[in-house]
Design a binder for this molecule. Structure first.
Ligand SMILES: C[S@@+](CC[C@H](N)C(=O)[O-])C[C@H]1O[C@@H](n2cnc3c(N)ncnc32)[C@H](O)[C@@H]1O
Length: 209
């Protein structure tokens, strides 16, 4: 699977790793301007490592749901176009604002991803929605935010089984979430994100026409 333009495999201390070019965020190693992108700390990084059919070229407009402190959103904004980063917890949003201070394409929004009407006036149509909200109702969040996605756009979604039901078999949770999603999205590719993230499913989808 090819990587988007602006994402490369580079050598760090003799070990190959994903990397993007941009200002440092959290003491990650940088070699020749390339920042190491750690898949253990990033579901999108893990999706790339697993070779999921992401369909990204680089330069796309992105809506990122569940940005937390901006670890992954920073890498995405390094290779994407305008990146709207939604996070509803004030503490990580403070860090996210700092990360965005030296990234002209990253726009933090302290908003609830379950209430897209509260940021619809700011977010333009995007080619990519990335979703990593560790909350119950992950499929419903993706359905609610479909309105921002262009017709042939891509949803890159990380589903955390334990956020839906801590006691259920993760595979059963993934089937439930996928069934709900399929009312509105066509699922193009999916893979479990082990060994980087336990009991997570990575999924690529496009809006159903
Ligand atoms: C697993 S963390 C995200 C990590 C981040 N994507 C990264 O790779 O750097 C999940 C985040 O989703 C946020 N979140 C959960 N529910 C949310 C909601 N309804 N709206 C916005 N953010 C939400 C949490 O506050 C948390 O920061």
């Amino acid at each position: 699977m090819s990587l988007p333009e602006g994402v490369q495999r580079r050598s760090f201390d003799g070990q190959e790793s994903l990397a993007t070019r941009g200002p440092q965020v959290s003491e990650e190693p940088i070699v020749d301007g390339w920042r190491r992108w750690d898949p253990d700390r990033s579901k999108v990084g893990a999706m790339f490592e697993h070779g999921l059919d992401h369909g990204l070229d680089g330069g796309e407009r992105v809506l990122y749901l569940g940005a937390a402190s901006g670890t992954t959103a920073s890498h995405v904004a390094d290779f994407a176009g305008p990146t709207y980063a939604v996070e509803f917890a004030p503490r990580p949003t403070r860090d996210l604002i700092e990360v965005a201070a030296d990234r002209e394409r990253l726009f933090p929004l302290l908003k609830d991803a379950r209430k897209p009407e509260t940021y619809a006036h700011v977010v333009e149509p995007v080619e990519v929605v990335i979703q990593d909200v560790a909350t119950r109702g992950q499929a419903e969040v993706a359905l609610a935010n479909r309105q921002f996605l262009e017709r042939d756009g891509r949803l890159l979604m990380a589903i955390k089984a334990r956020s839906e039901d801590v006691t259920a078999d993760p595979e059963a949770v993934f089937e439930d979430v996928c069934e709900t999603l399929e009312s509105s999205y066509e699922i193009l590719d999916r893979a479990r994100l082990e060994p980087y993230h336990d009991d997570h499913l990575g999924l690529i989808a496009t809006p159903r026409q």
